[in-house]
Design a protein around this ligand. Structure first.
Ligand code: PEP
Ligand code: MG
Length: 747
């Protein structure tokens, strides 16, 4: 390491220095070959230095990003160690390099800030297996190389003839990336990474004893910070991330973690470099881990590594100091994201979707436009890159040109004008021109969402998704924790009604340590009320918590995904039993208990008569109902938008449901995501619904639509359209709405 450090610090041409580096590595690792490939602006990998391969190949051998073993490493950002490389299916033979006689191959990515800058390889004639230590050593060297190459390119700006001219340390071309919309909106700013980049100056420690102490101090400060977070239960989530934090604490106190970190420092690395090395190891293990529980723990460990790095760099407070920007991360936990709540983020981009679903809940609660599931994100952007996040259509424009930027600035100005307009409408009645009241309620899942009751003027919460609490902590919340959360929700609502929906787990909302069996069709499987009725302990605990949280006030509870009357009656009986049990234990009986059912399966639509006299209300979940109606998975982007709720069959069906509820005197509301879309909501009102529950962002646009429609005359023409048998229903309703002067769009 010391020799490497000296070599890197020497002056001279970058390529010559790299030549000396490969010689040094080959000598030290007893390798016959050592080569460095760097990424070019055209996304190819160019051989820039080699010991052992033919010198003529330098600068002329170029591989595509998906070509050969080197390409595979660059693409996956993972190290590869192979005993006999030529027999590997990904091996690509390049005669000009003269690599015929080499069998054993070890290649590691040269990574910086999550971006693959190149690949470092060693090869041996014999079919040998590289040991864990050798792999780690090469990864550490690659880490140092990344900084040197980046510093060199920055110093010469890629223009000087003696530098690695022409090689891309960053791509400067504009590019666009698609992602899944996790929280809607528009954002414009510069990229800031959630993962810190280790400054190159701190790769090696001058004084190992002092460095070890610095590391130990940082570990201590980290433990303290986690303890403080645990102690302050006043976090915006109302204690939701508590279990995550408790796991953190356990991990932070794990001696083997600290020991590993110290070992790196004892070997001459700086504290930052040692943490970064361990972090890479966790990342690599995470990437390969299948077991969901293990993945979660590795994810937590990686979070800890990141926190520690920030502490060492004195950056812990920078989040607050640095205001604005577009936050970019591979993945983020909800608790981590919450720390940015005062950071004024313009937008959030997440590379991976899986864990981001938890973060998405928080992102929505924070009201920050967020996209997830963006393959290759962290390798395509650099800190400081200008970026537009269009979380209305699901695209991020990296390094946009001036005209694109200008058009987004206009869109954003319009959007904020609209927001101001919606805020101004907050206290206006949600009433059609001819005086029909349309009740607008909020869909919520965290206490944070409840703040929108005040900002939007919603009349209450039409759907409180209680399982979010279960998902945020990846565990089963204790009784007192649940009581605490529900109480805070009830208190924040300050008298406005809340329809608590009991746990809806399974399908797309899987609890890693609970529902381990993989099902062929999870959306149709053991989920929701089916799962709850089979997990009595968990279900009863939740019902008990809800009753206790009501503290003698009113309580409304509904059950999700009910298919048969039997399921509904079983769930209802359990709730009633729990009420009696709680009363028997001296707790107050809810002053008014309303028990409802969610209509999410077509079958239940034809059983309403059987349950009507024991049901206080029905809430239609169109997200699930439409997925079953059209047999189209709501989670599959290929099919979820293929069928339209604004269509004759769906609207005729919903009209039947509205009429049935009306005939049975069953109060009914609708709470799928579609209720927040003006045209969809217009149709729902058209077929007879008067109570809609939606995400906070929908309330303004829907109220505006409602206030612009003369319902009686519109409805007459709407039914004429519905009864006809041809044409595109969506287009026809749109034309009809325009004809009636209904305000649907934002412009
Ligand atoms: C629905 O299915 O429409 C619904 C509101 O419930 P969720 O989206 O939580 O499944
Ligand atoms: Mg549902």
């Amino acid at each position: 390491m010391n020799r490497l450090r000296r070599m890197m610090a020497e002056s001279g041409e970058a390529r010559e220095r790299l030549e000396r580096v490969v010689q040094l590595i080959a000598g030290n690792m007893v390798a016959d070959v050592c080569s460095i490939y760097l990424r070019t602006p055209d996304d190819e990998l160019e051989l820039v230095a080699t010991e052992g391969l033919r010198a003529e190949a330098v600068s002329s051998t170029r591989m595509k990003m998906d070509e050969g073993l080197v390409g595979q490493i660059a693409q996956t950002a993972e190290s590869i160690s192979i005993q006999d490389a030529p027999r590997h299916p990904a091996f690509s033979y390049r005669p000009e390099t003269g690599e015929d006689p080499y069998h054993a191959f070890l290649g590691v990515p040269i990574l910086r800030g999550g971006r693959v800058m190149g690949v470092l390889t060693v090869q041996n004639r014999t079919e040998r297996v590289y040991g864990e230590e050798e792999i780690e050593a090469l990864e550490t060297i690659a880490m140092v190389l990344a900084e040197v190459v980046a510093a060199d390119a920055a110093a010469t700006n890629g223009a000087a003839p003696n530098a690695l001219s022409g090689l891309a340390v960053r791509a400067d071309r504009p590019t666009s990336l698609r992602g899944r919309i996790l929280s809607d909106g528009l954002g414009l700013g510069t990229v800031r990474f959630h993962d810190p980049v280790v400054p190159p100056a701190k790769f090696f420690a001058e004084d190992q004893v002092a460095e070890e102490q610095r590391l130990l101090d940082a570990i201590e400060a980290l433990k303290q910070a986690v303890d403080n977070m645990l102690a302050s239960d006043s976090s915006a989530l109302g204690g939701d991330p508590r279990e995550v934090m408790e796991t953190y604490r356990l991990l932070a106190e794990d001696p083997s973690w600290a020991e590993k970190l110290q070992e790196g420092v004892r070997n001459g690395l700086s504290a930052e470099a040692s943490v970064d090395r361990v972090r890479r190891e966790h990342r690599a293990r995470l990437e390969n881990a299948r077991d969901p529980y293990l993945r979660d723990r590795l994810h937590d460990l990686e979070d800890l590594d990141n926190r520690l790095l920030r502490l060492l760099g004195g950056e812990e407070s920078d989040k607050d100091a640095e205001i604005g920007g577009v936050l970019v991360a591979r993945r983020m936990g909800p608790a981590e994201l919450l720390e940015y709540r005062d950071a004024g983020l313009q937008a959030i981009l997440l590379e991976e979707t899986a864990a981001s679903s938890h973060a998405a809940i928080v992102a929505r609660a924070l009201g920050v436009p967020t996209l997830g599931g963006m393959d290759g994100l962290t390798t395509m952007v650099e800190a400081g890159d200008p970026i537009i996040v269009d979380a209305e259509t699901g695209v991020a424009h990296v390094r946009p040109d001036r005209s694109l930027r200008a058009s987004y600035e206009t869109r954003m100005a319009l959007r904020s004008e609209r927001q101001a307009e919606y805020r101004a409408m907050r206290d206006l009645p949600s009433e059609t021109k001819d005086g029909v009241e349309i009740t607008l309620m909020l869909n919520a899942g965290l206490r944070l969402d409840l703040d929108h009751l005040d900002t939007t003027g919603a009349t209450g919460v039409g759907l409180f998704r209680t399982e979010f609490r279960f998902l945020v902590s990846d565990g089963l919340p204790r009784l007192d924790e649940q009581i605490g959360l529900y109480q805070r929700v009830i208190d924040t609502a300050a008298g406005r009604p809340i329809l608590f929906r009991t746990v809806d787990l399974g399908g797309d909302k899987v609890l890693p340590n609970l529902n381990r069996e993989r099902e062929e069709n999870p959306a149709l499987g053991w989920r929701s009320i089916r799962f709850a009725l089979d997990s009595r302990g968990l279900f009863r605990r939740q019902l008990r918590a809800l009753i206790r949280a009501a503290r003698g006030g009113p309580l409304s509870v509904m059950f999700p995904m009910v298919t048969t009357p039997r399921e509904y009656f079983d769930a209802r009986d359990l709730l009633l039993e729990e009420v009696e049990w709680s009363v028997g234990k001296g707790f107050a009986r809810p002053s008014e208990l309303k028990i409802g059912v969610m209509l999410e399966t077509p079958a239940l639509a034809y059983s309403l008569e059987e349950i009507a006299d024991q049901t206080d209300f029905v809430s239609i979940g169109t997200n699930d109902l439409m997925q079953f109606f059209f047999a189209a998975d709501r989670m599959s982007p290929r099919v979820s938008h293929r069928y339209d709720m604004v269509s004759r069959p769906a609207m005729r069906f919903l009209n039947t449901v509205a009429e049935t509820c009306d005939r049975l005197n069953l109060p009914v509301s609708i709470c799928g995501e579609a209720t927040g879309e003006p045209l969809d909501a217009l149709c729902l009102i058209g077929v007879g619904f008067r109570r809609l529950s939606m995400p906070a962002s929908g309330i303004g646009p829907i109220k505006r639509m409602v206030r612009s429609v003369e319902l009686e005359t519109f409805q007459k023409d709407f039914f004429d359209l519905l009864n006809r048998s041809n044409g595109s229903f969506r287009k026809e309703v749109l034309a009809l709405a325009q004809q009636h002067g209904v305000q649907l769009t934002d412009s």
